[in-house]
Design a protein around this ligand. Sequence first.
Ligand code: GDP
Ligand code: IMO
Ligand code: MG
Length: 422
Amino acid sequence: MAVDVLLGLQWGDEGKGKIVDYLSDRYDVVARFQGGPNAGHTIVIGDDKHVLHTIPSGIFRKDITNVIGNGVVIDPITLEKELNKLKKANVTFDNLYVAKKAHLILPTHRYLDAASEASKGKMKIGSTLKGIGPTYMDKTGRNGLRVGDVLSSGFLEKYEALKAKHLGMMKMYPEVEFDLEGEEEKWMDSLDTLRNLKSIDCAYYLNSQIKAGKKILAEGAQGSMLDIDFGTYPYVTSSSTMTAGVCTGLGIAPSAIGKVLGITKAYCTRVGSGPFPTQLDDHAGETLRKIGQEFGATTGRPRRCGWIDIPQLKYTIMINGVTHLTVTKLDVLNTFEHIMAAEKYKVNGVETEELPYELDNSLITPIYKSIDGWQSDLSDVKEYDSLPDAAKSFITYLEKALGIPVVYVSTGPARRSLIEKV
Ligand code: GDP
Ligand code: IMO
Ligand code: MG
């Protein structure tokens, strides 16, 4: 099969960027299939740290092609900033393509996002305020503007009509501060950068690559628990973050999909609002945040931290058809004497291994298994067999509990800190 998929199995920030960067030299094409600049994918190469929001994480490999797929929503301002930063790092964009059918985030989408959040009081989604929800609403509402529209005549009229609609909608919401004029000016300026990128029909392009025998890696953003259909609704993002989203987000058939590589941290995090059954509000949670440097790559917000959650992972492995597992941030657990894994939930007094419809923290008590920690540094470990026995036992435990093999174990942010488990 020509298309492998790599996606997050939790609430995002599992380390997708690092793993895509590592694996991308085994592929001809890396293609982002959904989400937008709400994503922050961190890649550490040598002393340099890069955070990508829209551009696929294969961009640091010279010989491969990177595609921003039609399922992605693009803010030309963020894209331009990202390109400029990468240029300074001597990254070239000859092999970067953008789908003509990808939708555009307008300044008024961000304005609406802010106003909508302000209207929700305690029920805030905790959106990144990048305009994601309103842009996907216009896409499904059949009002959106796409990359291809920027290239055609009549674009400004379409823009003005959509902006007018948005300003009308603003009457439903409380006033929020937003420099519309200033943001609009920046947006219009940044369109030239977008026009200068190579735009493609994503479906024709990728299918011709498949026909030519090329290997494609589809890069997910966010995580499966933030999926619009199967996540912790309404505390989710507005796109299909799961394997099914690869087909609609890139224009490829389900039959083209091969391996599905799921990523989980060795523990769990969530940024923004919404249920998180294994969240720790104690010293252990604080330790995970501190050692794991758990602060949002896009917004800088502290991430909520907790233990790894087996029912949650089993669910996302099931809905994605995950074939191989990657465990990241194992090193963050180095100092713990005991590591906990939620094996079941007690919901209204009844034990279950399934996620209930109402995934409300107050209704769920996780039932934990305690696993011995290894209490040693992993930075010099290069081979799986050289990991401390307790660390290997933890990985074996995950494989058994989840029913799929672990193929990579990540032990640090750097590209080199990755152990292949063969
Ligand atoms: P993504 O959105 O899934 O790409 O993940 P983020 O980049 O938002 O967050 C992952 C964070 O963990 C980044 O700061 C990475 O540099 C870092 N990271 C990735 N893998 C590891 C690891 O194995 N150990 C440690 N300590 N940090 C890691
Ligand atoms: P990556 O790709 C973690 C969260 C937000 C909020 C909810 C909705 O880096 O893993 P949105 O801006 O999409 O309307 O926000 O989703 N969220 C993420 N959390 N990682 C991300 O991306 C996220 N993208 C959105 O915090 O709770
Ligand atoms: Mg991230």
